[in-house]
Design a protein around this ligand. Structure first.
Ligand SMILES: [Zn+2]
Length: 203
């Protein structure tokens, strides 16, 4: 996706609709700064706002992502390209999220041990010792909760029995025994339990 081309296209269609950046922003309930960022190619409209934006500009989402009004002839081809590109972007974002998860896990563990170490070996009053250890565990739990949430939503789990790929519920992920990122879970398609690997792509 060519962000600069998309930006110019948005500006062109906005002017065609007789709107200023401010007026377009007001219609969408966002700031004119955001509109300016799109038009200068610094960012892409959020997927949550794309439909409304296309509605105002009287274009399709496919047009928007292509950066021009797509003709009927190459409509499907452009649609396919844009879909593939979006899938690629999601896989990349998921990959980054999973690295963040590792970082959170390591940080939470180090902080927990550091606080326990301090509480155990540094001279201090009893209540402070208890507070430090409690704080350590609270931070550790928050870290685990967040890391697990990432593991649930980033990418998919693949059933070993039938190959089905899906996003499980938070509860299913939290309750499942695991080795690294491979979890022993119940497949919603074939109903069998197996060790399911974390995968980035849907197929
Ligand atoms: Zn299955």
């Amino acid at each position: 996706m060519n962000q600069e081309k998309i930006g110019k296209f948005i500006a062109e269609r906005r002017k065609m609709a007789g709107l200023t950046q401010m007026q377009l922003a007001e219609k969408l309930g966002i700031t004119d700064r955001a509109v300016s960022k799109w038009e200068t190619g610094k960012s892409l409209p959020d997927s949550s706002i794309m439909l409304d934006l296309c509605d105002v500009l009287k274009i399709s989402v496919n047009d928007l992502l292509t950066g021009e009004v797509v003709t009927v002839d190459n409509y499907n081809k452009e649609l396919e390209n844009n879909l593939l590109e979006m899938i690629k972007q999601k896989e990349l974002a998921d990959k980054r999220l999973l690295s963040v998860e590792v970082f959170i896990g390591i940080t939470a563990t180090v902080v927990l041990f550091a606080l326990i170490f301090i509480a155990a070996f540094v001279q201090m009053e009893g209540w402070l010792r208890v507070s430090l250890i409690s704080l350590g565990f609270a931070l550790f739990l928050a870290g685990c909760f967040y890391a697990l949430r990432i593991e649930q939503v980033a990418g998919y789990y693949a059933c070993k029995e039938c190959g089905h790929r899906y996003v499980p519920t938070y509860r299913a992920v939290a309750m499942a025994p695991h080795m690294g990122r491979t979890r022993y879970m119940h497949c919603p398609q074939c109903e069998k339990k197996s060790w399911q690997k974390k995968v980035l792509s849907k197929d």
